[in-house]
Design a protein around this ligand. Structure first.
Ligand code: EZ4
Ligand code: CO
Length: 410
């Protein structure tokens, strides 16, 4: 099974996606997601200009060899652009191998370890009423675990909380942070206001919804270790499933201090892209959940190894799944989720109807559980005619300034 051609498809059905399409000499098509929110064209160029010329004529079955070749021959290792590009090739080759075998990909990864993949949804609100409505809406949709983000008095625009409902009259539960336009949006941040407010929100949510519902929260890299320790401690009475990205993740050692002070479970890693980024975090058992995505962390091949390392230290998966992971990347995550033993939870935010016009998926969400479906390969088809109707549009993630004007982590 030789690679006959490889193409990069950039499309923007509501938001930007970069997809690698690999075709074999016997006509099989494999897809890989290479979407890096706000920096899409860098990965498209890495693939188009530097990787596609290396793929033609290669044996598509040699996945491990291709991964090692792309990683080591680049010389310049790691980083989100490189690892997203390698991931796209890796996932496309797994898609091809599974199609050639006539099996859904999870079968090649060892078969199903569970019947369904527990997914968490995203509730948010500008006040308690709106937040409670959003939680109720997610419960009606079937979600069995819910991430809670709310506005904070003293902060004007906050991550995870749309300032207006997604559709007029619609619900307040889609929070896509990257806005189209020539410049990134400026948001504001005040750590003291945040630390005062968030525990009161979780107290109110537990009082309204009871003790059982698993609740998650994302700190989005904004606290110092001692501030994160304080928040983790303050949230202990409300029994969170996890507190995510409590400190900027460049410093793995920072988690030692957080860990010494709180039993709130910690999740980290959506911006990490290799197993090396987790050596201290996992080796010293400083976290409970790994947040890397298949899309940004080198694909199925690398994520399996990362999760096997995590398993030795009782750390579980919590694969990143916002809408900036394409349906191809989401499907890859679901096959892995179904197969690995140390699955924890999967993030799930359904894509928009426009996105669904371009990517046709076989995965399903039923009664709170995701499943990748039984089609051979990933189970995702790309409609290139539909994709061509949605040309790339520049979009940026926002950034933060403190009230005195200092740039802060977003
Ligand atoms: O801000 O994917 O847990 N999820 C997140 C995401 C990230 C976006 C950035 O592109 O933190 O919403
Ligand atoms: Co996050």
């Amino acid at each position: 099974m030789r690679i006959a051609s490889a193409d990069v498809v950039v499309t923007s059905p509501g938001r930007n996606f970069v997809t690698l399409k690999v075709v074999t000499d016997d006509g099989l098509v494999g897809l890989g997601d290479a979407t890096l929110n706000g920096r899409e064209l860098a990965v498209a160029s890495y693939l188009q200009d530097h990787i596609v010329p290396l793929l033609k004529g290669r044996d598509a079955h040699r996945i491990e060899d291709t991964w090692q070749f792309l990683y080591r021959s680049a010389y310049w290792r790691r980083g989100p652009v490189t690892m997203s590009a390698i991931a796209a090739v890796d996932v496309a080759l797994w898609d091809l191998k599974a199609k050639a075998a006539g099996m859904p990909l999870y079968q090649l990864l060892g078969g199903a370890s569970r019947t369904g993949i527990t997914a968490y949804g995203h509730a948010s609100g500008r006040d308690t009423d709106e937040l409670f409505d959003s939680i109720r809406h997610h419960l009606e949709l079937g979600f069995r675990a819910i991430r809670v983000q709310t506005a904070v008095p003293g902060i004007t625009t906050l991550y995870g909380v749309p300032t207006t409902p997604a559709n007029p009259g619609g619900r307040h539960d889609d929070y896509e942070p990257a806005a189209r336009g020539a410049l990134p949006a400026e948001e504001d941040w005040d750590t003291r206001a945040y630390l005062r407010h968030i525990p009161t929100v979780f107290e109110a949510v537990r009082a309204e919804f009871g003790p059982e519902l698993p609740l998650l929260h994302d700190g989005h890299h904004r606290m110092t270790p001692i501030q994160a320790a304080r928040l983790g401690k303050a949230l202990e009475p409300y029994d969170l499933f996890w507190l995510e990205d409590c400190t900027p993740v460049e410093s793995q050692e920072a988690l030692r201090l957080v860990r010494q002070h709180t039993t709130t479970p910690l999740a980290i890693g959506e911006v990490l892209n290799t197993v090396w980024d987790y050596q201290t975090l996992i080796g010293e058992q400083l976290i409970d959940y790994v947040r890397s995505s298949v899309t940004h962390a080198g694909g199925i091949t690398a994520m399996r190894k990362l999760l096997d390392f995590a398993a030795q230290h009782q750390v579980k998966s919590g694969i990143h799944g916002p809408t900036d992971i394409s349906p191809v990347g989401m499907a890859a995550a679901l096959h892995l989720d179904l197969a690995v033993h140390n699955f924890g939870i999967q993030e799930y935010m359904p894509h928009s109807p426009l996105t669904d016009e371009v990517f046709h998926t076989s995965y399903r969400f039923t009664d709170g559980y995701l499943h990748p479906g039984e089609k051979p390969g990933l189970g995702v088809d790309l409609d290139e005619t539909a994709a061509a109707r949605f040309p790339y549009q520049a979009a940026y993630l926002p950034f933060n300034r403190l009230h005195d004007g200092t740039v802060h982590d977003w």
